[in-house]
Design a protein around this ligand. Structure first.
Ligand code: SAH
Length: 387
């Protein structure tokens, strides 16, 4: 509640940006309006990038006035926008409460992959990830998650249906563990897939998880997006160190959950297995063989990610030869293994380099040298002219 000018309590406006179709319909029904208004407003907000109800011209004047009174479309605010030498774009967005998160767009031929954050920081503390080193503050709201797509798309200027789509794929691989912010992530993803929202197909929308097993099962009951798991080790002893949530949900349980997830899908799809290669830690030929054996019989493609260094980490990236050898061993065993090209690392936009600004509630960050990329980003920022 906000205090009104005359001292009366004034109702805070409801932010429609993160409303899934179901929530939007509920909202219009509560106003005594027809269900189809939800479709219209979703279209205006997400397809046309319109935040001002006055511009929603197929909605009657009285309803537009009513909406202006009770509702708003409020997106995160861009603090910085930077473009890498390789065309990768990064946005740092300020959220309510002074935190910020980072969003990255990776253009590749006629594809544009947006990497979206789901939490301010992360509670999982994987040993090789800079986001984890920052500790955790809070979950993003559905509006803050979908707001990253909204902001990124609007940066390309006016909506033009004849133009090629700048965002064709979304990966929930930014800051945070998406399955620990379950409801908001599912709502935001439903807008990404909605034909009147962003129309991204389930095959082009990927959620990446460190392995929250019960939530993988729940996810399979509610949606059918593509699933990626952050494996990073072929055995529990090593995975316990790299991905501590493994102590709770060990590898066998995680892989069984992947099987169950694939079993619920109506089409044939593969799990993406992410494996960050760290020199001398998990990059040895015998570890590649153990990984190949572990994943035998699981419909998957393996994505090898050369470790991306960050200031407070002692880990190193393996040599090109070691990466290739690892890949060849997997290929020889019959797996499809690709090496993820490092993109945007000159602007700290590569995997595991996203840090935003986290007001750490866990105080974990005090153990490490501060790794705020914001200050470095600030030096070579380019203004976002399209906005
Ligand atoms: N919490 C989710 C999504 C965020 S991380 C998850 O764990 O899957 C997205 C991917 O980047 C994960 O596979 C993660 O393990 C990887 N990653 C994190 N830090 C990295 C680093 N420093 N170098 C390379 N990959 C990293």
């Amino acid at each position: 509640m906000l205090a009104g000018e005359n001292g009366c309590e004034k109702q805070e406006k409801v932010n429609l940006l993160g409303f899934s179709r179901a929530k939007m319909e509920e909202f219009f029904l509560s106003l005594g309006e027809k269900r189809f208004r939800a479709t219209q407003v979703i279209q205006w907000i997400h397809q046309h990038g319109v935040a001002d109800f006055e511009q929603m011209t197929n909605i009657s004047k009285p309803l537009r006035l009513k909406l202006t009174e009770v509702a708003e479309v409020r997106s995160p605010e861009i603090i910085y926008h930077n473009i890498s030498k390789d065309g990768t774009k990064k946005w740092v967005m300020r959220l309510d409460g002074g935190n910020s998160v980072e969003t990255v767009l990776i253009p590749e031929g006629n594809r544009g992959t947006l990497c979206v954050s789901s939490q301010v920081g992360c509670s999982l503390d994987c040993s090789f990830c800079s986001t984890g080193k920052q500790g955790f503050n809070r979950n993003l709201s559905a509006a803050e998650i979908i707001g990253q797509v909204w902001v990124a798309l609007r940066s390309f200027g006016e909506y033009d249906p004849s133009r090629e789509k700048p965002i064709t794929n979304v990966v929930m691989m930014g800051m945070g563990e998406p399955l620990l912010n379950f409801d908001n992530v599912v709502d935001a993803m439903s807008l990404m897939m909605d034909d009147f929202g962003y129309g991204i197909s389930k095959r082009r929308l990927t959620l990446s998880t460190a392995g929250v097993v019960p939530a993988i099962d729940k996810l399979g009951d509610l949606t059918d997006v593509s699933l990626a798991i952050s494996l990073h080790a072929p055995d529990d002893a090593l995975r316990n160190i790299l991905v501590p949530i493994n102590k709770k949900y060990p590898i066998a349980e995680l892989l069984a959950a992947c099987h169950r997830y694939l079993g619920k899908l109506s089409d044939r799809r593969k799990i993406t297995v992410e494996y960050t290669l760290i020199k001398g830690v998990n990059d040895q030929p015998e570890q590649a063989r153990a990984l190949a054996q572990l994943l035998k019989g699981i419909p998957c493609k393996i994505n090898l990610i050369p470790f991306n260094p960050f200031p407070s980490s002692d880990y190193q990236r393996p040599s090109k030869a070691a990466i290739e050898q690892f890949q060849h061993i997997l290929g020889y065993a019959g797996h499809v293994a690709t090496v993820r090209t490092t993109r945007g690392d000159d602007i700290d936009a590569a995997c595991g380099q996203l840090v935003g600004r986290v007001d750490d509630k866990t105080r974990r960050s005090l153990k490490y040298i501060p790794v705020t990329s914001l200050d470095t980003v600030g030096i070579n920022v380019v203004a976002d002219k399209a906005l």
